[in-house]
Design a protein around this ligand. Structure first.
Ligand SMILES: Nc1ncnc2c1ncn2[C@@H]1O[C@H](COP(=O)(O)OP(=O)(O)O)[C@@H](O)[C@H]1O
Ligand SMILES: [Mg+2]
Length: 243
């Protein structure tokens, strides 16, 4: 679907997510969350561990469904899409990057990158050219044939970023993408995300608990105890802790 600049790509309206554990106990992870993300934005979803960041990103990526409320992704209500429409959306419009790189250990870096294209309907040679170009851009042009265990954590995460981009998604969702990385590798990954956002106009949403990671985004959404909050309130809370 073609999108105009400034158009909303993700909309949450009063979204609640209640998890029920095996003993039937309900846990309110999101307690009525509303926000919009426009095409071309680079947003950080920020909050402490357990605040609901992964829940938000999973819902954005239609990997999970809300208990109530409405989620609209690329102009379509997630609740009104059937299984194959959701699969197409996830394969073609959304790229995912996770904290644990989730690479397939017995495939080379370039084979890992090509994996998502096996379900899309794009021409092989074109996709391969694009994949090699992206790998070169992230500094891995010489490491196409390496297996994940021959790469550093930062290199593996860059492979995962390229894998998420290979179908030219409109939205890139990155859940704590630098959570397992040393500072230098984290900065390299964040610089790549910044460039992708700037050069391709890809909408990026990343989650992090780390304010130093959050500053790479152009806008920050703060979540605490399943509710959106604002930065000042977070600062006040951290001041209180210091006393
Ligand atoms: N499948 C689940 N079943 C029960 N509780 C869950 C489940 N997933 C997450 N939670 C709980 O929901 C809250 C928010 O989780 P999550 O979105 O993973 O937070 P974050 O990513 O910010 O650390 C946490 O308290 C977590 O324990
Ligand atoms: Mg999380």
């Amino acid at each position: 679907m073609a999108l105009k600049s400034g158009e909303t790509v993700i909309r949450f309206e009063n979204v609640k997510k209640i998890y029920t554990n095996k003993s039937g106990l309900a846990y309110v992870a999101l307690n009525g969350v509303s926000f919009e993300i426009k095409r071309g934005e680079f947003v950080a979803v920020m909050g402490p561990s357990g605040s609901g960041k992964t829940t938000i990103l999973d819902l954005m990526g239609t990997l999970d469904t809300p208990t109530s409320g409405t989620i609209t992704i690329v102009g379509k209500k997630a609740s009104e899409m059937n299984g194959s429409e959701l699969a197409d959306l996830r394969n073609e419009e959304i790229g995912f990057v996770f904290q644990s790189y989730n690479l397939v250990s017995y495939l080379s870096a370039i084979q890992n990158v090509m994996l998502p294209t096996m379900v899309s309907r794009k021409r092989d040679s074109e996709v391969m050219k694009n994949a090699v170009k992206l790998m070169t851009e992230v500094g891995l042009g010489e490491k196409l044939e390496k297996k994940p265990n021959e790469l550093s954590g930062g290199e593996q995460q860059r492979v995962a970023v390229v894998r998420a981009l290979v179908n030219n998604p409109k939205v890139l969702l990155a859940d704590e993408p630098t959570g397992n990385l040393d500072t230098k590798s984290a900065i390299a990954v964040l610089q790549i995300l910044t460039r992708i956002n700037r050069d391709f106009g890809t909408t990026i949403v990343l989650s992090t608990h780390d304010p130093e990671v959050g500053i790479f985004a152009k806008r920050r959404i703060f979540i605490r105890d399943g509710l959106l909050t604002n930065e000042n309130m977070m600062a006040k809370l951290s001041d209180t802790k210091k006393l």
